[in-house]
Design a protein around this ligand. Structure first.
Ligand code: CTP
Length: 397
């Protein structure tokens, strides 16, 4: 898959640097050439010898090495690659990149390069969540940099949360997707998927029957065409696709926050079955049966995520695609929904139990746009996804 591709791998100074050794192996297994650059801080975690031995290449370490400058200037080094990958991308490296600093070899290469850049952040959860890092992240995304991960999990520092570097195979999948020459190469697309869970108390929640299968298939089909996909998913039955950035959420409010954080994007596909209501006073203790009668739940309306993105006055995605899950008067309801929400396209389907669509493997949809309603024959959800991805690629040309 990566035969003939040249990756410039910048290894930053974090405990996750040990995973970059495996990343080098995985990339070479797939036919890529890996030129490694190790930052000074990176040398605290992995040895120059192990990096260059695994890469089978010389290692670049220091900006002011006259020998290197004569042999291959750092600007050229950054440009011969098909992709520059920073793994682990520490908070410090991200800040340097966002600020345009160039005070060592890694940051100079990153400022001088005209090839696409991908980062796999890794840091302590508080550092990741800090407003400064989140600001830098938004800047880097805005600059067109692809971000892989980080994942949630136990961290070397003993804390738990987002900040763990993605696994080498996840980074490889993202690299393959990024270097794909498909029609959506360089496009960033958001996909929401799955149901949301709205808590009643710590053990109970309100949900719906969405399996996440259609949204997952769409994300996968878009990535296969080369898109950089941000996949915001509620608790779905099916595993998320590989080669996409996965953001897991539970509630509609969390989904809205994740969607806002993912912007700007070229297109948004809103396949999630978002709960329309949430329980306003979810109890922090388990509700108990009582002689005083049944519990009363009060509801508030959840924000309409599709509508808020469709109606953005600044930075609206070029294409916004909504879904309409209906049980009756499908076309009429979906046509009205498209106008009410302000999205460009609506993918309408009949989710009456008799159709077996919700939770099943097939879908029969109607694509509603300015051009009218187009019925697609009943087919596998994977096929619907491929057809929709191809139409999105057409629209973003
Ligand atoms: N949607 C959303 N945020 C919500 C509700 C829905 O983003 N709070 C999106 C869904 O992802 C889908 C579209 O809006 O793309 C249609 O959702 P649907 O639930 O079918 O429509 P509703 O707005 O709930 O309208 P109605 O209650 O009339 O069915």
């Amino acid at each position: 898959m990566l035969a003939g591709k040249h990756i410039l791998l910048i290894i930053g100074g974090g405990i996750a640097a040990f995973k970059s050794l495996d990343l080098i192996r995985r990339l070479r297994e797939r036919g890529a050439t890996v030129t490694p650059v190790l930052t000074r801080a990176g040398e605290e975690f992995v040895t120059p010898l192990s990096v260059s031995a695994l890469a089978g290449q010389r290692l670049y370490r220091d900006l002011f090495d006259l020998g290197d400058e004569a042999e291959m200037g750092h600007i050229q080094l950054s440009r011969v690659a098909d992709l520059v990958v920073v793994a682990p991308a520490t908070a410090d490296l991200m800040a340097k990149m966002a600020g345009g600093l160039a005070n060592d070899l890694a940051s100079t290469l990153l400022l001088a390069t005209d090839t696409p850049v991908m980062i796999a952040p890794a840091m302590n959860v508080r550092m990741w969540e800090h407003a400064a890092t989140q600001r830098n992240l938004a800047t880097l995304r805005g600059d067109g940099i692809t971000v892989v991960g980080p994942n949630d999990g136990d961290m070397a520092c003993g804390e738990f949360g987002p900040g763990r570097m993605s696994e080498p195979l996840e980074i490889v999948a993202a690299i393959e997707a990024r270097l794909n020459d498909g029609p959506l190469n360089g496009r960033r697309i958001l996909v929401t998927s799955g149901p949301t869970h709205e808590p009643i108390d710590p053990v109970r929640y309100i949900a719906n029957r969405s399996s996440g299968a259609q949204g997952t298939a769409i994300a996968s089909a878009l990535a296969a065409l080369g898109a950089d996909v941000v996949f915001v998913t509620g608790p779905a039955d099916v595993p998320p696709p590989s080669g996409v950035q996965v953001v897991r959420v539970e509630t509609a409010l969390q989904m809205q926050e994740a969607v806002n954080a993912a912007l700007p994007v070229d297109a948004g596909v809103f396949a999630a079955a978002v709960a329309d209501w949430r329980v306003t006073s979810a109890s922090d203790r388990k509700l108990k049966k009582s002689k005083d009668g049944l519990p009363m739940l009060e509801f508030a309306e959840n924000p309409d995520i599709l509508k808020s993105v469709s109606q953005m006055t600044q930075g609206r995605p070029k294409l916004v695609v909504g879904f309409a899950a209906e049980t009756n008067d499908v076309i009429e309801n979906a046509t009205a929904k498209r106008l009410r929400k302000g999205c460009d396209w609506i993918v309408a389907n009949d989710v009456s139990p008799a159709t077996g669509i919700m939770g099943g493997g097939e879908n029969a949809v109607t694509l509603i746009s300015d051009d009218g309603a187009e019925d697609w024959p009943r087919m596998g959800k994977d096929q619907v996804a491929k057809q929709l991805a191809a139409r999105i690629a057409e629209a973003l040309k």
